[in-house]
Design a protein. Structure first.
Length: 332
């Protein structure tokens, strides 16, 4: 059970999903504890690590009682996405859920002002969403995310801007766009309590936890972002998912020749859309339901039919090359 929030902490809880992270987790916990927003609480969930991760996290819990707590899982979660979604479900079901939640990978390093910047953008977005007759208690579900800096394992910069490196735009936040291409990175996210309350039940299928959060926020609230990078995203051999460079003709040809992983991702995308429709169908508006149903039908269309539906509904990626690859991969 988490301790009650510090009055100065703004009710912020950081969820850290850890597994075999002994090399980096201490540095990451230090960067969270050194945030300019005081009193942030941290919950480290250890996913049956086989190294010293539990001992390192436990030492922080002893040094910072009430601020850092460790949850030792009895069984492996099955992956980073499931681990984070279970953590979010746990936070949503707390007796007193946090006002704001941030997600943290075990191997990143936050800039000291990360929480402050995200919190400022969050409160601006909440105020805009609560104008008119809406009161504070009816604040919209909000997801705020930021850019990040990609580094190697020694924090040598590979790319100052993830958005530029991946050629993705945070402005692409309409439902048809997010169904085919997520631009939200989990470690860059802050979400508010109204959004957290929609996450009590994890989906059976999702591409990644951050893609699921973006879809839920898009359907029931809003997505906002901070343009500047707010942390180092560390690339190394043990990453669950790495940040790969954006489009190149060579990469496009390689993916077409060896498309097994891409096709598996598309299967997860369609499963994710079905989960969204099944879990929230009674709360979605008619336009949202129509978009989801059209997307789910795509694999059964002919090649020409797929192309027509992709263009009609706006199921397009951020570049023509990626959209072309999608047209060739779906349902094959």
């Amino acid at each position: 059970m988490m301790e009650k929030k510090n009055k100065e902490s703004e009710g912020i809880l950081v969820l850290v999903a850890a597994r075999n992270g002994e090399r980096y987790i201490g540095e990451q916990l230090d960067s969270i504890l050194n945030q300019t927003v005081p009193g942030i609480r941290i919950l480290v969930s250890d996913d049956c690590s086989q190294d010293r991760t539990p001992q390192i996290a436990g030492a922080y819990a002893k040094r910072f009682p009430g601020q850092v707590q460790v949850w030792q899982r009895e069984r492996p979660s099955g992956g980073a996405a499931a681990h984070f979604l279970e953590l979010l479900s746990f936070a949503a079901r707390m007796e007193e859920p946090p006002e704001y939640v941030l997600l943290s990978d075990q191997d990143d390093v936050w800039f000291p002002y990360k929480a402050q910047r995200l919190l400022g953008q969050m409160k601006r977005t909440e105020r805009e969403g609560s104008k008119g007759e809406m009161g504070r208690s009816q604040t919209l579900p909000v997801l705020v995310h930021s850019d990040l800096t990609v580094t190697d394992e020694k924090l040598k910069v590979i790319a100052p801007s993830f958005f530029a490196y991946q050629k993705v735009s945070p402005q692409r936040r309409a439902l048809p766009q997010l169904l085919v291409q997520n631009n939200v990175t989990g470690g860059a996210v802050m979400l508010n309590r109204p959004l957290l309350e929609l996450l009590k039940t994890p989906p059976q299928v999702c591409l990644m936890h951050d893609a699921w959060l973006a879809l839920v926020a898009c359907c029931f609230g809003t997505i906002s972002w901070v343009k500047e990078p707010l942390y180092y995203y560390r690339q190394h051999g043990a990453n669950a998912l790495g940040a790969e460079k954006g489009d190149s003709p060579e990469g496009f040809i390689r993916r077409l020749k060896d498309g097994g992983e891409a096709r598996d991702n598309y299967r997860k995308m369609f499963g994710q859309a079905r989960c969204l429709l099944e879990m929230y169908g009674d709360r979605l508006d008619e336009e949202q339901k129509a978009v989801l149903k059209a997307f789910i039908r795509l694999p059964r269309r002919s090649r020409v039919g797929k192309m027509a539906e992709i263009l009609r509904w706006g199921f397009t990626k951020n570049t023509w090359l990626r959209t072309l690859g999608q047209m060739m991969m779906i349902g094959d």
